[in-house]
Every structure is written in structure tokens, then in C-alpha cells.
Ligand binder design. Structure first.
Ligand code: CUA
Length: 390
């Protein structure tokens, strides 16, 4: 009976062990904490590695002592009790001092690491204002006048300074390969002349790539669906991206009219040759979508598109949204079909999203935004218009 139970237990433990081992065999970890790509990430990773080896040494020493004691003092026939050591002064001192030494060995590099990642930013750092909102991210480059959402382009090899702020509740910015988590708090108003306190994060990215992250502080229903993509690219690619974002996409405005005069964004004029090209070849569905976006519904109350008359700041900025890889802060691959799905019924894709659907309203920070009442024809056209802005 007991043997049967024991056997089952061993079998279960074996299966668990096998699962644990197999689960460690994957090739690609999208949010790996042990593959840092910044100076910040390396500081915390090095600490992790140091502490790992300290604990390994302790493990080996403890196991070796245990093995020695088990063998040396095992019960033998005719042998009495071994010598008792209760109250042994030397041992008492040794096992008080040894852990203290271990703690000091961990504390010193940890404090050094904290100072390293908390140092003030380099004067020439690229500043990005990061705003967490339920449930997406706003990225604003104040010096370049560029705003985007959820997908952040950054150059490799240049100091970067993120200024973190929340538009509502506490979020946490976490892209594991860039470094640690940092709380994104609502900024408390301060008397005029003083600078409001914001959390910040500084790092220099060392390699190109797409690094995934997400909100790491419970902020509501869609907390786990509040994704981040950081696209780290060469300085040239980054500058090209900035220039592109400062210019309206060729299809953003109607080709014959050019950008609306009251555009708030100060974007540059679209290239004239581009506009003519678009006028000749434009997909009628795109033109129809633009009409829906600007005239038939209320998209512009919440969304902005650089270089057009859409000024909204409540929802994500849609500048060149066609060139983003995902929509809904990482929820869906960015295709016209998925855009249509999202516009019609966003809650089905992302429960908790603060955007109205075709048939239901949404509420954000105490304000209700009515259902869009868009029909399928309008939605298809909108999706085509948004996808066209690359
Ligand atoms: Cu934002 Cu969790």
C-alpha cells in the first residue's frame, strides 16, 4: 500500500521534472530577463549572475558537509552517541559570521548597481516622454515633436532618457531586455516654478532588435494586455523614422486639398509629387475611409494623425499606423481585417479597452464616449484608410 503511494509520487515528480526541463528548451524568449541589451540591463544581470554563483558555492559547501556528516556519523553496531556540540562557542561564532559575510558580499555590489542605474541622465540623452494609460502607451519625443503609441523606435548606441508619467492609475514600464521595471505614476501638481516629480530611466541600447515588454503593475481589467514594442535601430534608420513621422503619410489627407490648415501638429507639407501620385492611383476605399474618419464619426475627438486636422489626445496617436506591426497595444497583427475587427468590437479583442465599439459606448476617466454606430461598409473603409498610412 505504502509502496504504491510512494511509487505514484515518484512517477508524478518525474513527470513534473520532465515538463520543467522541456519547458526550458524553447529557442526564443520574447521577454527574457537574462539577455540584456543595455548598460542598465547588464548591471542588474551581472548582479544576478554574481548572486547566483554565491548561492551555488553555498549549495556545494552545505551539501558536501551534509554528505560528510551523514557518512562519518552514521549509526554503526555497537557505537555509542558521538560527541555532543551543544553550546560550542567556536561553531556559534562561525555560523553567525559566515552569513554576515555573505550578506555583505551581496550588499556591496547591489548598492553600487543601484547608484549606477540611478545616476543622472547624460546631458545629450535623447528624451522620450512615456505616458501609461489604461491600456496603452504614449511615446512623445519633445525635442523632435513626434508622438507615437505602443511601438517605440529608439537608436542604438546613444544615451536615452525616458520620463515616465501616468495619465490615470499607476502602471509600470517593463521591457525586460532594456533593464528593470520602473513605476509609471500619476504626476502630482507642484507650485509654479518647481519641477514635477517623475520617475525616469536611463540606458544606452547596445544591439538592434525588437524588444517586447508590458505593463508590470496591476492597473485594471486589461493590465496584462498592455504591451510595448521597442524597435532598436541604427541612428540612420532612427533619423529616417523621425523624419517620416514628422511628415504626413501620403494618403493621410485628401490629395487635392493637402493638409488641413488648422493642423495642430505643425507637420511638414507632404511631398507634392507624392500627393499627385496618390491622386492618380488612390484606392477609392481609402478615400472613402478618410471621409468616414474626418466627417462621419468622432474618431478625431480621441485620435490624432500628424499633419492632418485630427487633434485628439485621449486615445493612441494614429500617425502612420499602417506601418506598426500590431494594433491594440500588441493584441493583434496589424492587417486591414484585424483593424476592422478592432474598430467594430474592440472589447471582444481586448476586454476592458476604453474605446467605444460600433454598438456600445465606452467610459474613460468619468466621461462617456458614445457607440460609433459605424456600419460594415464604413468600418471596411476606415480600416483601408488607416492601413494605407505607412
Ligand atoms: Cu498598465 Cu498594468
Amino acid at each position: 500500500m505504502i509502496n504504491g503511494t510512494l511509487l505514484r509520487w515518484i512517477k508524478n515528480a518525474g513527470v513534473l521534472l520532465a515538463v520543467a526541463m522541456v519547458s526550458a528548451c524553447g529557442e526564443e524568449y520574447l521577454q527574457s530577463t537574462i539577455d540584456p541589451v543595455t548598460d542598465y540591463g547588464e548591471v542588474s544581470h551581472n548582479l544576478y549572475v554574481q548572486i547566483f554563483w554565491w548561492t551555488m558555492i553555498i549549495l556545494v559547501v552545505v551539501w558536501a558537509l551534509m554528505a560528510y556528516i551523514l557518512i562519518r556519523f552514521r549509526e554503526k553496531p555497537g557505537q555509542g552517541k558521538p560527541k555532543q556540540i551543544h553550546g560550542h562557542m567556536g561553531l556559534e561564532i562561525a555560523w553567525t559570521i559566515a552569513p554576515a559575510i555573505i550578506v555583505v558580499a551581496i550588499v556591496i555590489p547591489t548598492i553600487q548597481g543601484v547608484f549606477q542605474v540611478q545616476r543622472p541622465p547624460d546631458g545629450d540623452a535623447l528624451v522620450v516622454e512615456v505616458t501609461g494609460k489604461r491600456y496603452w502607451w504614449n511615446f512623445h519625443f519633445p525635442e523632435q515633436g513626434v508622438t507615437t503609441a505602443n511601438e517605440l523606435h529608439l537608436p542604438v548606441g546613444r544615451p536615452i532618457s525616458l520620463r515616465l508619467e501616468s495619465g490615470d492609475v499607476i502602471h509600470s514600464f517593463w521591457v525586460p531586455q532594456l533593464g528593470g521595471k520602473r513605476d509609471v505614476n500619476p504626476v502630482v501638481a507642484v507650485p509654479e516654478g518647481q519641477e514635477a516629480k517623475r520617475n525616469w530611466m536611463h540606458f544606452t541600447i547596445k544591439e538592434e532588435g525588437v524588444f517586447w515588454g508590458q505593463c508590470a503593475e496591476f492597473c485594471g481589467e486589461a493590465h496584462s494586455l498592455m504591451g510595448i514594442r521597442v524597435i532598436a535601430e541604427t541612428e540612420e534608420e532612427f533619423q529616417a523614422w523621425l523624419t517620416e513621422w514628422q511628415t504626413p503619410a501620403p494618403t493621410a489627407n485628401a490629395p487635392e486639398t493637402g493638409p488641413a490648415e488648422d493642423a495642430l501638429s505643425g507637420g511638414a507639407e507632404p511631398d507634392e509629387a507624392d500627393a499627385q501620385e496618390v491622386a492618380l492611383t488612390e484606392d477609392p476605399l481609402v478615400a472613402r475611409g478618410r471621409e468616414v474618419f474626418f466627417r462621419e464619426t468622432t474618431c478625431v475627438l480621441c485620435h490624432a494623425i500628424q499633419g492632418t486636422a485630427a487633434p485628439g489626445i485621449i486615445g493612441p496617436n494614429l500617425t502612420r499606423i499602417g506601418s506598426r506591426s500590431t494594433i491594440g497595444a500588441g493584441m493583434l497583427e496589424n492587417t486591414p481585417e484585424n483593424l476592422a475587427r478592432w474598430i467594430k468590437d474592440p472589447i471582444a479583442v481586448k476586454p476592458g479597452v476604453q474605446m467605444p465599439g460600433a454598438d456600445y459606448p465606452a467610459s474613460y476617466e468619468g466621461i462617456t464616449y458614445p457607440a460609433t454606430n459605424l456600419n460594415d461598409e464604413q468600418i471596411q473603409a476606415l480600416a483601408a484608410y488607416l492601413s494605407s498610412m505607412r
